[in-house]
Each structure stands twice: as C-alpha cells, then as structure tokens.
Design a binder for this molecule. Structure first.
Ligand SMILES: CC(=O)[C@@H](O)[C@H](O)COP(=O)(O)O
Ligand SMILES: NCC(=O)COP(=O)(O)O
Length: 258
C-alpha cells in the first residue's frame, strides 16, 4: 500500500479536446480509465481563460467522482480569480471537492511557475482559506521549496503545501540535482515539523519521481499531468497509471531496505 497517492491532472486531455468541437478525447472517459487503473484522484486547473479545463468540466468530473468515494478531487487555481466561484458552485450543488490548491498564477499565465510569498500574501489568503474550510474543503498552498516559508503557510491556516517541483525536474540529469533534492527535503521537513501535509507537483515524470519520493520525506500526494498524459498517448492510460504507481511503490521499497 503506497503512502503517497497519485492524482492525475487532466488539463492536457482538455487541451486536445478543445481543438475541435467534437468532445473527444472525453475528460470523463479519461478520468474513468485512470481511476480504474488505480489512480487515487483527479486534479484539474480551470484557468480563467478556459484554455483547457472549462467551467462545465468541473461539475461533470465531480459527478463522476461521486461514484468513486475513496478517491479525491483536487481543484487548482488562483482564489483571487475564478477558483472560489468554481468551488462554491460545487459545494452548493453538494458535489464532491476534497482539496483546493491555491496557486498564485496571473491571468493567462503560460503555466504555474512560482508559489505564494510570505508575509506579503498572508492577510489576503487567510479569509479565503477560512471560506474553503467552512465548505469542508482541505487547502493546499502552492509553494516554492523554501524552508523559511513553511511555518508561515501553517500560520495562515493551510492544511498542506504543494511543493513546486519544476526546479527539481529541470535539474534532473545534471550535477545540480543533489542540491535540489536537499532543498526539497529540507522544505518538506520544515512543513512536516510545522504540522502541514506535503504535496508535490509540476513536471514530475517516470524518470524523476522515484528518486524524489525516496529523498523527500512525507509526501502525501503527487499531482502529475503533462508527462503522464504524454506517456498515456504512447502506452495507454492503464499501463501509464500502473507505471507511475510502480515508481511510487519503488520509492517506498527503497525506504524499507535503506
Ligand atoms: C499548479 C501546477 O503546477 C499545475 O496546475 C500546472 O501548472 C499545470 O497547469 P497547466 O496544465 O495549465 O500548465
Ligand atoms: N499540481 C501539479 C499538477 O497538477 C500537474 O503538473 P504537471 O505534471 O502538468 O507539470
């Protein structure tokens, strides 16, 4: 039994779907195949420009997840843009949403590339975190792997942080990777010590995932989209999900023998 769970980000399925008006590939079909293959949850990032996930996709996937009560729905976005309306609408319809991941992206940003800043963002985040908690939704804050920020993320009321892993992924295969692993391990330790759960994501893949999870302690969830969907184009969803779960299990086996 893995202690790190895999949440599949379906943004890139929607990216392909949106290039025609035919509704294929179907997000709900993709989600079903991933869940059937053992994925622990589904992640979407409904950006305000709807370049991939659309407003209508979010409740449709929530309705699908109602049939999978042991899996989680994670919705990412900027709470100062559209995210709170999206989540509030699900809550009003009594549709499941287990976690929101607050991400400080600008409107139209190419992709997420940084986390929240403390103390600057603390006061404005606090009431939104409280609102999500009032809805019964866990809050994760997208954060750079900075040890000094973790206690501040806890103080503002977050349940978890999601460590932004692109700097680690970019260092993969270079001598810089050891320093990045040490940096992420230190940030994760600080988060755990502060009483936060630790998630991780961005550019994780089948090459870099096992080492990351072996070296960085206590990661509860990885959310993976771009590389996973690229793999699924070649291998199919079932084989792809099973291979990502193998990468996670392998990290945990290395812990046991290490
Ligand atoms: C928060 C995060 O890391 C992901 O949402 C990632 O940015 C994917 O977003 P795109 O698929 O729009 O690049
Ligand atoms: N939170 C990160 C995520 O959901 C997926 O990021 P990526 O694998 O598409 O880079």
């Amino acid at each position: 039994m893995n202690t790190t769970v895999l949440s599949v980000n379906l943004n890139k399925v929607a990216t392909v779907r949106n290039t025609r008006h035919l509704g294929i590939p179907s997000l709900t079909r993709a989600a079903t195949l991933c869940l059937q293959a053992g994925a622990n949850g589904i992640t979407v990032h409904p950006r305000p420009d709807e370049r991939h996930i659309r407003g209508s996709d979010v409740p449709e996937l929530a309705r699908l997840l109602q049939a999978w009560p042991d899996r989680e729905y994670n919705i990412e976005g900027n709470p100062f843009h559209n995210l709170m309306d999206v989540v509030g609408s699900l809550v009003a319809q009594k549709l499941p949403v287990h976690q929101v991941t607050f991400v400080p992206d600008g409107q139209g940003q190419f992709t997420s590339d940084h986390g929240w800043s403390f103390p600057q963002d603390a006061q404005r985040l606090k009431p939104l975190i409280e609102q999500a908690h009032a809805w019964g939704v866990r809050v994760s804050l997208f954060m750079d792997a900075e040890t000094a920020s973790m206690a501040a993320a806890k103080a503002v009321g977050a349940n978890r942080v999601e460590l932004y892993t692109e700097p680690y992924a970019a260092a993969w295969g270079t001598p810089e990777v050891a320093a990045q692993l040490a940096r992420f391990a230190s940030a994760a330790q600080a988060a755990l010590a502060a009483g936060l759960g630790v998630n991780a994501g961005h550019d994780l893949n089948r090459d870099n995932l096992t080492v990351f999870l072996n070296q960085v302690p206590g990661v509860s969830e990885v959310s993976i989209g771009h590389a996973l969907i690229a793999d699924a184009l070649e291998l199919g969803y079932e084989a792809t999900i099973k291979d990502y779960l193998r990468c996670i299990a392998q990290a945990e086996q290395l812990h046991m023998v290490g």
